[in-house]
Write a protein of this length. Structure first.
Lengths: 427, 498
């Protein structure tokens, strides 16, 4: 139930059910009170990723959206420290002033949830640990969070890490909070490592590759020494079938030809080095006779924004899955997806599949998840489509991982009041 | 620290030694259980050799199920266990306990799988760091983290300590370069976290384990990511007449958008020591010297090395050379890589510190170290991983003089406190171990430490795995991790604790 609904609901008017604390001390007080009364609370930031995960039924809702603002930005030390719910857009704009950026290439899930951009806050990215197309090159959010402050389930303010990249003092709790969906701490401050913005970007697009050829190409090119920062495959023909989205319109760029599939790689650096990389790749992979285009800077940026922001699934009513795979198992998982009414594309140089599936039933999802995990991958339900509204197994786990997770949860949140059941029932 | 306090000795366990030996001989081969004084002597210390202790028993299991059985038995009988990789750790993380079992992973020495299709290698924990690269370099791949002990240190130890190396700014430390691990918890549970794929759903337990210094579990298998070698690598050797100029040059290189593969700085004392030792051709008149290494495609390297040269000149460099061949580049590094033995040649002993500081504070910190060097009357040479801010002051002393060791440790501890004071951290890559555990309260308050101890207890409820390491046990700082707060004030209340 959203806060607006709660405010209007008679049941909740008797409770102080919604809070919007303005600082860390207030967050701590609220959680201390909830700890004493064993009141479960839902934590969220701006709400852009609130629908991911199992549905919460909490007495209290706490938005941390007022924890907003840049605390310290030191370009020459390559870090930025922010209040947890600073919009990612604000951070990126600030970094641009010194030609720097966040290395985890923040994605934008606004398109699949509401048809428009809504990137959300820094804490949202930490909570989900979702990285964009350059993940295979630069790492995920967990690789770039240098430190944090937050409030645990007893209301105690805790911190871990620092502002430097090399730090082995105590357990690395920054890793633990990444991808924990607010179930361990209410984040209040975050420090990210930043990297220099690349001077320029071009994209090489190969046309009409089959999935088998694309898989081989993505593997070879992402292992080349030419520092590729994006490698994706979009089977345009397969996408258009049975789905409302007009994929060709989404990717309508002047220099893109009409084709059955696009296999794209991103090359960054100075113009001289980009040209060198293109020539190197053509030579290494024998592409001189291949049907391809090179998108210049502006179109390149548009292209990769559309890929990482899932614009082809914009406004979908269907289920959306994020499937992390091994490059060597990519083709067999694609074959499996093709048996369902689905459209999909491949990112991260063949390590990630995004899929939109029509009428996905609980049974089909369970079988798909099993198939993927037997292939050393995993499937996360990002958006529940029609037919899956009461599904509560967005994430996958196994018995041992669950038991260890339960112990860790208890060490942070002994009464299980922070986003209970958000990830797994009982955690 | 010289009078090291360790957890209370359990006499009952010591009296059961024969029974434990018998039990272990049933779990693993007889020759894998060492219990006589001669047999266990090689295990009495790690690379922090000022501290020695003979373990009760040394056991060298050969497979994961043996590790599991040993741990389960020890857990049931409340026997302490200290895991050990190659014993190259510099913070005493595998210092044995008189009443504890030393669990050596030396027999886990095989590379299990090389998977070029998925760019990874699966190795047992006793495999050395360098041998992973050696196993894949014929296909132009390598494993990026390169701690200076890479010829001897094991990959399991690297995971336990989250080891770094000189390329950490660009390529990350161990935690950014591993994909999965098989581990055994103290109760004998065998678990796998991660795999060959990127990231994982749920809590990042692999991330928690990495750098946990053998306190949470024993690592029995590691999956590492391998990457392709760059097309070209080139280095610049730049001399400066002041530390300040060198420090400004470092900051300006970073601010200019260059991410060097490696950037190392040495002070005058170390320039002389290493040049005497290895005849590297360093600028002996310089107060500070930088090695800046860039890698990438040929044009990227050409372009970046020109920018580095220009920044050097702008910051008053007194000498500037760039490597024109692979031999010359390796010669530039030869001196830096001999920093430790070079100091060893200058004094009977040296003590290597390991703080990390914001790069911009380098000159300020080196000035303070120089002041402390005079105060303690002990010479010091400084090596600095300028790319990632990791500072290694090498304090020279004579261990035969007990007073000298005490003085050295006090000096070292003051350096680390100062690193924290300027916004840095106690340890960049060597770990806390026994060496810095009493200093943890300089960086963390009671809540922070209690949270970490709660995690430890959640995964090892009897605190039997590597006890006495990482967390303070002395009353002067904390008891069971409780911070001593004087007059309601934390130390350095004005410093942002982050």
């Amino acid at each position: 139930m959203f806060e607006e609904e709660k405010k209007n609901s008679q049941t909740f008017q008797d409770f102080d059910s919604f809070s919007n604390p303005s600082d860390e001390i207030e967050v701590s007080k609220i959680i201390k009170t909830c700890f004493k009364s064993e009141t479960p609370l839902e934590l969220f930031g701006s709400g852009s990723k609130r629908l991911i995960g199992n549905k919460l039924q909490c007495e209290k809702t706490v938005s941390l959206s007022k924890l907003d603002g840049i605390i310290r930005y030191q370009p020459e030390e390559l870090y930025i420290k922010v209040k947890a719910c600073t919009p990612i857009k604000t951070i990126e704009e600030k970094l641009k002033t010194h030609k720097q950026c966040l290395a985890f290439d923040p994605i934008d899930l606004g398109y699949i949830f509401k048809g428009e951009s809504d990137q959300g806050t820094a804490a949202g990215f930490v909570a989900t640990n979702f990285a964009g197309s350059s993940r295979f090159k630069y790492g995920s959010v967990r690789d770039h969070l240098l430190g944090f402050r937050g409030v645990n389930g007893k209301g105690e303010i805790i911190k871990s890490g620092g502002t430097v990249v090399k730090n082995v003092t105590g357990y690395d709790l920054s890793k633990l909070v990444c991808g924990s969906y607010g179930t361990l701490v209410a984040l209040t401050e975050l420090t990210f490592k930043v990297i220099p913005l690349q001077e320029d970007t071009n994209t090489m697009v190969l046309y009409d590759l089959s999935i088998e050829a694309a898989s081989e190409f993505l593997k070879n090119v992402s292992q080349s020494s030419n520092d590729i920062t994006g490698a994706a495959h979009l089977p345009i023909n397969n996408m258009a079938k049975n789905f409302e989205t007009n994929t060709e319109n989404v990717f309508k760029l002047n220099d893109l030809k009409s084709a059955s599939s696009y296999t794209a790689i991103r090359l960054e650096g100075s113009q001289i080095s980009i040209k060198e990389k293109i020539e190197n790749i053509k030579k290494e992979l024998n592409l001189f006779k291949t049907n391809l285009s090179v998108l210049e800077s502006y179109q390149s940026k548009l292209f990769w924004a559309k890929v990482k922001n899932l614009e082809i699934f914009s406004n979908t009513k269907n289920s959306v899955l994020r499937i992390v795979v091994l490059p060597s198992n990519l083709v067999k998982i694609v074959y499996y997806l093709e048996k369902l009414t689905s459209q999909y594309f491949i990112d991260w140089g063949g390590n990630l599949l995004w899929a939109e599936i029509k009428n996905l039933s609980k049974e089909n999802l369970i079988v798909l998840k099993k198939f993927v995990s037997n292939s050393d991958g995993y499937t996360t339900l990002i958006k529940s489509g029609e037919g899956l509204s009461f599904y509560d197994h967005s994430f996958t786990t196994n018995k041992i991982h669950y038991n260890v997770s339960q112990k860790i949860k208890e060490s942070f949140d002994p009464k299980r009041i922070l986003n209970p059941n958000k990830m797994y029932s009982g955690i | 620290m010289s009078n090291l306090v360790m957890p209370k000795i359990d006499r009952a366990t010591i009296s059961l030694k024969d029974k434990i030996v018998e039990k272990f001989k049933k779990i693993t081969k007889q020759e894998n259980v060492l219990s006589t004084a001669d047999e266990i002597k090689p295990y009495e210390t790690d690379a922090l050799s000022a501290y020695k202790e003979k373990p009760l028993i040394v056991v060298l299991p050969e497979n994961t199920s043996e590790v599991s059985e040993i741990l389960a038995y020890c857990n049931e009988n409340k026997i302490k266990v200290v895991p050990r990789g190659a014993g190259t750790g510099l913070s005493g993380g595998s210092l044995p306990l008189k009443d504890g079992v030393l669990l050596g992973l030396g027999k886990f020495n095989k590379i299990l799988e090389i998977d070029f299709d998925n760019s990874c290698v699966i190795a047992q924990p006793g495999v050395t760091n360098l041998s992973i690269t050696q196993a894949v370099e014929h296909r132009d791949f390598y494993y990026a983290p390169d701690p200076s002990s890479q010829i001897a240190c094991s990959i399991g130890g690297n995971v336990a300590e989250n080891s770094g190396g000189v390329h950490s700014l660009k390529y990350g430390t161990t935690t950014n370069n591993i994909l999965g691990a098989e581990v055994v918890f103290m109760d004998g549970t065998i678990a796998r976290f991660g795999g060959k794929r990127f990231d994982s759903e749920g809590y990042d337990i692999l991330g928690l384990i990495t750098g946990s210094e053998g306190l949470l579990c024993v690592i029995t298998e590691v999956t590492v990511k391998i990457i392709t070698k760059p097309q070209r690598v080139q280095a610049a050797l730049i001399g400066f007449s002041t530390i300040e100029d060198g420090g400004k040059c470092v900051s300006e290189i970073i601010a200019n958008g260059i991410v060097p593969a490696g950037m190392e700085m040495m002070d005058k004392a170390l320039i002389h020591a290493t040049d005497n030792f290895s005849k590297a051709g360093y600028p002996r008149d310089a107060e500070a010297m930088l090695i800046v290494e860039v890698d990438g495609t040929i044009s990227e390297v050409n372009e970046q090395i020109e920018r580095v040269k220009a920044i050097g000149i702008k910051n008053n460099s007194t000498s500037l050379k760039t490597s024109n061949s692979e031999e010359e580049r390796l010669r530039f590094w030869a001196g830096r890589k001999s920093a430790f033995p070079a100091c060893g040649a200058m004094a009977p002993d040296y003590y290597c510190m390991d703080g990390t500081i914001p790069r911009g504070k380098l000159a300020q910190v080196l000035n303070e170290i120089s002041r402390l060097s005079k105060k303690y009357e002990l010479p010091v040479a400084n090596a600095f991983h300028a790319g990632d801010g990791n500072l290694h002051p090498l304090i020279m002393f004579d261990a035969n003089d007990p007073k000298s060791l005490v003085k050295t440790e006090k000096f070292g501890s003051e350096i680390l406190k100062y690193c924290v004071k300027v916004g840095g951290v106690l340890t960049g890559e060597h770990g806390v171990g026994i060496e810095k555990r009493e200093l943890m309260c300089e960086m963390f308050n009671n809540n922070d430490i209690q949270q970490q101890i709660k995690i430890k207890k959640a995964l090892d409820k009897n605190s039997l795995l590597n006890p006495g390491k990482v967390y303070p046990i002395l009353r002067k700082c904390a008891e069971e991790g409780r911070v001593h707060v004087r007059r309601g004030k934390e130390k350095f209340p004005d410093i942002p604790r982050f």
